[in-house]
Design a protein around this ligand. Structure first.
Ligand SMILES: [Fe+2]
Length: 268
């Protein structure tokens, strides 16, 4: 007699660009970033329930303050699973990593549900653009080399492809050719995921699904020539990964979150 073992998919939540601040009143273009994160977390619990893993993909703090990272750790207490945090251009990477370690959220290679998750730090102190230094690229290559049999999701903060927005051309991953040279050597890479662009982006590249996700606070207008925000609700990305290597993903928004955008701003 044969019995068919069915395992449920691994549920992974991506939260990105919460831009939290030390002050409880901290707002970005009129949007209180703690309130918008709270609305997104409530939406996750309402629409999807508890995830098995959370990926927090940069710009976790707007002000790089320790307090902001502690607020994030506290808010993620709404979930009963592990999280993993990486830095974006607004972060203070050292402070972020110190607080992340106190929440067990500083792991860079996570194996779960027949998949592996590799987290890279593309932040460059004092710069908006991103870069993967040699040790990051070596870490990526070594990890993929050691685990050839597990389908992989690789995540970083900055966009490693052109996303069709003129003002974001210069603030993506600078040494993207070096990144793709590594990725192209490893067919087990199925997904490359990022934050930073505060909007949905989905495309295919040589069999790899490339994905970006709305921020948990303000949204940038897609395809815009210059800096521009749009009146879209904050959101998150949800994944369900099968051990077979297949996966499903979708973006959801906290549509009931009420906010008034300050449209006169020329930057963030
Ligand atoms: Fe951001």
């Amino acid at each position: 007699m044969t019995s068919k073992v069915t395992t449920r998919p691994l549920r992974v939540l991506q939260l990105t660009d919460p831009h939290l601040m030390a002050s409880a009143d901290g707002a970005l273009l009129g949007v209180n970033t703690r309130d918008s994160l709270d609305a997104v977390i409530a939406e996750v619990l309402r629409s999807h329930g508890q995830p098995d893993l959370i990926l927090a993909t940069g710009d976790l703090a707007q002000d790089g303050s320790e307090q902001a990272y502690r607020v994030l750790g506290g808010r993620l207490g709404a979930f009963s699973c592990d999280s993993a945090w990486i830095a974006g251009n607004h972060d203070h990477a050292t402070r972020l990593n110190t607080v992340a370690a106190s929440y067990g959220a500083n792991h860079r290679h996570i194996v779960r549900g027949g998949w592996q998750f590799i987290l890279l730090d593309s932040s460059v102190p004092g710069k908006v653009f991103g870069e993967l230094v040699e040790t990051e690229l070596d870490f990526l290559a070594d990890t993929l080399e050691q685990h050839p049999d597990l389908p992989a999701l690789v995540t970083l903060h900055h966009h490693p492809v052109d996303i069709g927005a003129e003002w974001m051309k210069e603030i993506g991953l600078r040494n993207r050719e070096d990144f793709w040279q590594v990725i192209d050597r490893f067919p087990q890479v199925k997904v490359v995921l990022w934050g930073h662009i505060h909007q949905i982006h989905e495309q295919q590249r040589k069999g790899v699904q490339l994905l970006a996700t709305p921020s948990t606070c303000i949204q940038f207008t897609s395809g815009s020539r210059k800096f521009s925000v749009e009146d879209q609700a904050p959101g998150y990305r949800w994944f369900e990964f099968q051990a077979s290597g297949n996966f499903k993903t979708e973006v959801c928004r906290a549509l009931d979150f009420e906010f008034e955008l300050d449209q006169n701003s020329s930057g963030y």
